[in-house]
Design a protein around this ligand. Structure first.
Ligand code: PAF
Length: 287
């Protein structure tokens, strides 16, 4: 496995792969690789000939007071996992390599970023889109893999790629969960044992919401109230950032659930801000 820290280095590896007629894939990550990333890397391994995993804790997507400094960094374990999973090259640049000069250009995807996490984390998606655009330009993959846990991120990335005519397809892989349903996340490491016991309430609330929607198709507001009630009872230390029911493509809030929807939530539990979502088809299976 090649490990490259410079843009020139990874470009030259990818150029060699292209010369050999290989298709190229990218799994962008911020490291601290867990089972969710492993699933993305495994999908990437199956989906292209030359697989690049990028590991970069991107400072521009963290707001003031967020956990940029504290974000878990496990470089040795990450490289070992990439190697084990058959990655061809890891691109692990420094912040100076990625942002050599003070950037004057930002990629902003309008509307889709005004809601859900975007509304609570101003500037977050500008940071994400800009770094993803840079990574796509550096690696020039045919396909890039994202996780459904970051649902808004995957929708925004798809839209950016469409709007900017970037020649890459975005693949989205299902959320990987612990046995008790908690979505796997690097930030789960912040949970105390007591908070960890409460954390499965997020997915349990979403599952109940999904069941209710499939059965009764009630107004969205009723489902949101039920999710909030469940969280209050089962995760009393949790502070709900949002519970929203949105259109899967536009991310606009919906009033009715007799159509495809995504139920999404973010909850602060101690130092961890946890997000999760479920997508529910329309009554006739429409997506
Ligand atoms: O999902 C993440 O880990 C990050 O937002 C990403 C896509 C690697 C961009 O920094």
């Amino acid at each position: 496995m090649d490990v490259e820290q410079t843009i020139e280095g990874i470009r030259s590896r990818v150029a060699d792969a292209r010369k050999a007629g290989k298709t190229v894939g990218l799994v962008p990550t911020m490291g601290a690789l867990h089972a969710g990333h492993h699933a993305l890397i495994a999908a990437g391994r199956r989906g292209c000939d030359y697989l690049v995993v990028s590991i970069f804790v991107n400072p521009t997507q963290f707001g003031p007071g967020e956990d940029y400094e504290a974000y878990p960094r496990t470089p040795e374990e990450d490289l070992a996992a990439c190697e084990r999973l058959g990655t061809d090259a890891v691109f692990a640049p420094s912040a100076e390599e990625m942002y050599a000069e003070t950037p004057r250009t930002t990629v902003h995807v309008a509307h889709l970023t005004d809601t859900l996490c975007g509304r609570r984390r101003p500037g977050h998606f500008d940071g994400v889109c800009t770094v993803v655009a840079k990574l796509l330009n550096i690696v020039r993959p045919d396909t890039a893999w994202f996780g459904q846990k970051d649902y808004q991120q995957s929708v925004v990335a798809r839209r950016m790629v469409r709007d900017l005519n970037l020649p890459v397809s975005i693949a989205v892989c299902p959320t990987v969960r612990e046995e008790d349903g908690l979505a796997v996340s690097s930030r789960n490491a912040y949970l105390t044992p007591n908070q960890r016991r409460q954390a499965p309430a997020l997915y349990a609330a979403l599952r109940k919401a999904e069941e209710t929607i499939r059965r009764d198709r009630p107004p969205a507001e009723d489902v949101i109230t039920a999710v909030r009630d469940h969280l209050r009872a089962q995760a009393p230390e949790g502070q709900v950032d949002y519970v929203q029911i949105v259109d899967p493509e536009t991310l606009a809030d919906v009033e009715t659930t007799d159509r495809p929807v995504v139920v999404a939530l973010a909850v602060r539990l101690g130092k961890a801000r946890l997000i999760d979502n479920v997508k529910v088809d329309g009554p006739t299976g429409s997506t």
